[in-house]
Design a protein around this ligand. Structure first.
Ligand code: ACM
Ligand code: ZN
Length: 752
């Protein structure tokens, strides 16, 4: 009996695996009886001075969150937090660690010093998430090891600039997620942000723009306030040191040959003759003002810049951009054309390849390796380059197949500038990437063989800041998706589990509060799944929300007052339905779905060509789900095609008389988004033989970022409608980015 009581007491004091809320999830956690409490008397024991950074990090964290620090000593017999590091055995030692908590103290042992530091991060996540609680830690034994060697976060400081204090905070966020690379995007069309002593105008001129657009591109207005700033070399060195103390490498990015407006505004001789004047840009997008590839002086300049960059940043990897570099100026520049002829290059793509290879050679000669965006594949890859795959995974796959190392950053999953709520709650660049989608990211594409998969170093979240003008907005965009990404990078795939992550995420939200970090609550949004009915005669709207929040009701405008929601709603005419969520009698959240019915709505639809991975909406049904997007954003209600045509075939179910087809598309030339060049409509009785009904080759109506094309025809009675949408294909002459692939974004197809 006594034994039983003892066992009961023991169990009552035992945490369960359910109480351990570490993100990213460790490889192995064993919960033991008992616990350990950190008090002001607890001693941090550090034998090896290289583990002092872990001890300091812990003390800073304790001070900031709980208001006290601990003594750091060489040894601790009882009441200790002990850090030690095994010497890495062999060159392949991964940054593994073990963490043991007993009633006497905490022992963290890393295979490397980085491993010890990661053990500390797990310890931090065993601490309570209430500021005033006793620091009771459950007794556990953890063994853990990272999956990928490259676990990164990027930050664009060109579009908006952030103070050094925030850069440090950002690096702390990386450390808290066991991430180890900070990709610092330092130069842009809108601002050059790093002091270069040999070229002072880069920051005197290039670091400042005279205006910034307001709102979504192309902007509702212009803010005429001068904007800018830069980091001195001393500040950059301070950041390198700060990061190194947290086992994080800073990878600087100096963009070339594109995104160079600020450099050209500073030193106009860097551009192709006759293409100026240049300015530090106050709006977003891609600009034709690129470095001239025909002048040797361009390369001398960039080598000089690199000399200073390499002296500041010890990173083995140096990012030199390579993305979005329009060829318009090179095509007409006599110097660039001369270079093409002399070097026996085929075209401007090979000239870009020449540019990158020439810079690679220089950077390799200094013992460093270049990273470039996936455009560096075009025209031939530089021999030793690492490819950062951003336009989906294709670039990463191609590079790995060529035995080049790759870092995966596909827009579809890890562009943290995309909206994370289906209802855009602030202006973002577009897209829709939920925390669940980021969590689901698998960095090794299934197209790779196991041998090729070894070239995948890892992945990175990208944070482009056109629509993030302050630190809080950056935090809002990265959290909680960065936490989800950290698990995709650290945790073995067989250990990943979305529902278990959701459970731990609830604690993570409280940690964000402890850190005073802004974050998105989109995870709690009411969700509406809008789907065709099984018989394709209508639409169902299924509302849901996170269970423990409260009570869900719905209304149908003009038809149905607030009614308890119990089952998906079935609709077959134009309607406006709203889901409302109440907690303790208070409205927490609401979501309105406006459905505009045409004869096509909810019917079976097939596409000849899938959209881009990044802008895949909700599949083919995106085009006839009755939802016509109002914002003109590239959100979940649109399908994006980069070049290429698409045919949508809709089965109306029965033969019906139809008179016209209306195609809703997006229109934003400055970001290469053009309305269809033409729309052709065909009809068929059997879905096999189609006859032309009508066509349109001009836009009927433009409303800001939206364009409508209407095709009228003689009334026809048919069952199958095929709508062939022709892409503009290339950005027209005289427009920004002329000659680049044009994007087609489709929102909805009406058949009336
Ligand atoms: C990129 O997003 N332009 C690399
Ligand atoms: Zn040129």
């Amino acid at each position: 009996m006594k034994k039983l009581v003892f066992l009961f007491l023991l169990l009552a004091h035992m945490a369960t695996a359910q109480d351990i809320n570490i993100i990213p999830k460790p490889a192995n956690v064993q919960v033991k009886p008992g616990n350990f409490t950190i008090t002001k008397n607890t001693v941090i024991a550090v034998k090896d001075k290289d583990d002092r950074d872990a001890a300091n990090f812990l003390n800073d964290y304790l001070q900031q969150v709980y208001g006290f620090k601990l003594d750091i000593k060489k040894k601790g017999k009882k009441d200790y937090i002990r850090f030690s590091t095994r010497k890495p055995s062999g060159e392949t030692a991964k940054d593994a660690y073990t963490l043991d908590v007993t009633k006497d103290g905490v022992s963290i042992e890393g295979a490397t010093h980085a491993g010890t530091f990661y053990g500390l991060q797990s310890l931090i996540q065993l601490l309570p998430v209430e500021k005033n609680a006793a620091l009771v830690i459950p007794a556990v034994a953890i063994q853990d090891v990272p999956r990928f060697d490259y676990r990164g976060m990027h930050l664009d400081v060109g579009r908006h600039m952030f103070p050094i204090s925030f850069i440090k905070k950002y690096i702390d966020y990386l450390a808290l997620h066991k991430m180890n690379y900070f990709h610092w995007h330092l130069t842009e069309d809108q601002g050059w942000r790093l002091e270069i002593k040999k070229y002072p105008k880069l920051t005197e001129v290039g670091a400042y723009r005279d205006s910034t657009i307001i709102g979504r591109y192309p902007g509702t207005d212009v803010d005429r306030t001068r904007y800018g700033g830069f980091y001195t070399q001393d500040e950059a060195r301070e950041i390198v040191k700060y990061a190194a103390d947290r086992h994080i490498t800073v990878v600087p990015e100096i963009e070339m040959p594109g995104h160079a407006s600020a450099a050209l505004a500073s030193y106009p001789w860097l551009g192709c003759p006759g293409t100026g004047p240049y300015k530090v840009e106050g709006t977003w997008g891609v600009f034709d003002d690129v470095y001239c590839a025909g002048k040797d002086s361009t390369f001398m300049f960039l080598q000089d810049v690199m000399d200073e960059v390499l002296a500041i940043f010890p990173s083995k990897y140096i990012h030199i951009g390579g993305d979005e570099s329009p060829k318009a100026n090179w095509k007409t520049c006599p110097l660039c054309q001369k270079r093409i002829a002399e070097e026996g290059l085929k075209d401007e793509h090979e000239l870009q390849s020449y540019f990158i290879q020439r810079m690679e050679k220089y950077i390799n000669s200094k013992g460093r390796t270049i990273i470039g965006w996936d455009e560096i594949l075009e025209g031939g890859l530089a021999p030793n380059a690492i490819v950062m795959s951003w336009r989906g995974e294709a670039g990463g796959i191609a590079a790995a197949q060529q035995h080049h190392k790759v870092i995966m950053t596909p827009g579809s999953h890890v562009y943290l500038d995309h909206a994370q709520s289906a209802r855009e709650d602030s202006v973002t660049i577009g897209g829709y990437t939920s925390v669940e989608k980021t969590y689901s990211y698998e960095p090794v594409p299934k197209e790779l063989t196991p041998e090729q998969a070894k070239y995948v170093m890892g992945a990175q979240g990208n944070v482009w800041t056109e629509y993030m003008s302050n630190p809080a907005k950056v935090e809002y965009q990265i959290f909680p998706r960065m936490s989800a990404l950290s698990e995709a990078l650290w945790t073995a795939p067989e250990k990943k589990d979305w529902h278990d992550f959701e459970r731990r995420l609830l604690t993570q939200f409280k940690r964000y509060d402890l850190w005073d970090a802004a974050y998105s609550n989109a995870y709690y949004d009411i969700n509406a799944d809008v789907l065709p009915t099984a018989d394709h005669q209508g639409i169902t709207v299924k509302f849901d929300a996170k269970e423990d929040l409260g009570k869900l009701v719905y209304t149908i405008k003009g038809k149905q007052a607030e009614t308890g929601y119990t089952a998906p709603l079935v609709l077959n005419q134009t309607s406006q339905v709203t889901g409302l969520y109440y907690k303790d009698g208070k409205l927490v959240d609401s979501l309105t779905v406006k459905l505009d019915f045409s004869k096509a709505t909810g019917k079976e639809i097939t596409l000849s060509t899938p959209p881009s991975e990044t802008f895949a909406g909700k599949g083919a049904f995106t085009l006839n789900n009755g939802i016509i997007s109002k914002s003109g954003g590239r959100g979940p209600e649109t399908l994006g095609y980069e070049g290429g045509n698409v045919e949508a075939t809709i089965d109306l179910g029965t033969a019906q008389q139809i008179n016209n087809v209306v195609v809703h598309a997006l229109n934003s030339g400055g970001t290469y988004v053009y309305p269809p060049k033409a729309v052709e409509v065909y009809g068929s009785a059997d879905g096999k033989t189609f006859k032309p009904l009508g066509a349109a080759d001009s836009v009927s109506q433009v409303e800001g970022p939206k364009a409508i094309m209407k095709v009228d025809f003689a009334p026809a009675t048919i069952r199958f409608v095929k709508v062939a949408v022709k892409n503009t294909q290339t950005v027209p002459e005289g427009k920004r980015g002329a000659g680049e692939k044009a994007w087609l974004f489709l929102d909805e197809i009406e058949v009336n």
